[in-house]
Write a protein that binds this ligand. Structure first.
Ligand code: DX5
Ligand code: ZN
Length: 228
């Protein structure tokens, strides 16, 4: 399974966002992870749809929008119209997660559902067949540069097997504290989309940081069986 790297522009220089995006896509990143915070679901306020619309003109990379907002249903259309490719919302932030997924699809985007470190996998089990991506937070959302929470590795592993048994197509993204060391752990557990903010934008050599986080290709057991 090949790994996709999604640099989080939360750690970029906000005065030069278009250039900061170009820097990481030139260095091999496939996705651009855009952290949207509303000051309520998480304490800070970051990027709105207007910024995404402006950035869209400067990049053809996949825009991976991570909504850390209450009532995500009110924001889907704006971000889709602004040029998001994937819209991920938190299952903790809405009473009607399935409806939010339908809304995202109706707007022509791929849908992702995220869960906080303290949230059980059972909260998203019924949604897995309908989303293109599940996002396991490996820090509590709200800030870049936090320490990776190791207890989430078991959750990623369980999610990987759940998806495998359901025989559904669903990417596993991880977000928070990902660097060249923790990336090995999450990839072995089954994650295939890796978000990294400080480990990429804080690096002296961005291309090397991306390469190190991507690591060597990992073969999971069922992939071997498929080819036998
Ligand atoms: C945290 C955000 C992350 C953050 C990751 O709430 O969702 O995307 O930017 O930053 P690092 O990689 O520095 O932990
Ligand atoms: Zn994020």
């Amino acid at each position: 399974m090949s790994t996709i790297i999604a640099p989080s522009i939360l750690s970029a220089d906000f005065a030069h966002l278009a250039d900061e995006i170009k820097r990481v896509t030139d260095a091999g990143a496939e996705y651009i992870h855009i952290d949207v915070m509303d000051g309520t679901f998480v304490p800070e306020i970051t990027i709105g749809a207007a910024v995404v619309r402006s950035l869209r003109k400067f990049s053809s990379a996949v825009f991976d929008v991570h909504l850390m907002v209450e009532h995500p249903e009110t924001q889907i259309k704006s971000f889709a119209d602004a040029g998001a490719d994937i819209i991920t919302f938190h299952v903790e932030a809405t009473r009607h997660p399935h409806r939010v997924i339908q809304q995202i699809h109706e707007c022509g985007c791929k849908a992702g559902v995220a869960l906080n470190p303290g949230t059980s996998l059972s909260m998203i089990e019924e949604l897995l067949e309908d989303v293109e991506m599940a996002l396991v937070m490996t820090v509590n959302p709200g800030y870049g540069g936090q320490k990776f929470i190791e207890s989430q590795l078991g959750k990623i592993h369980m999610l990987y097997h759940m998806i495998d048994e359901m025989e559904t197509e669903c990417d596993i993204e991880v977000d928070g504290g990902i660097n060249s060391k923790t990336s090995v752990l999450v990839r072995e557990a089954g994650a295939n989309i890796l978000v990294a903010g400080s480990a990429i934008y804080g690096a002296e050599n961005i291309a090397k940081a991306i390469k190190d986080i991507r690591g060597k290709e990992i073969r999971h057991r069922h992939e071997d069986y498929d080819e036998d």
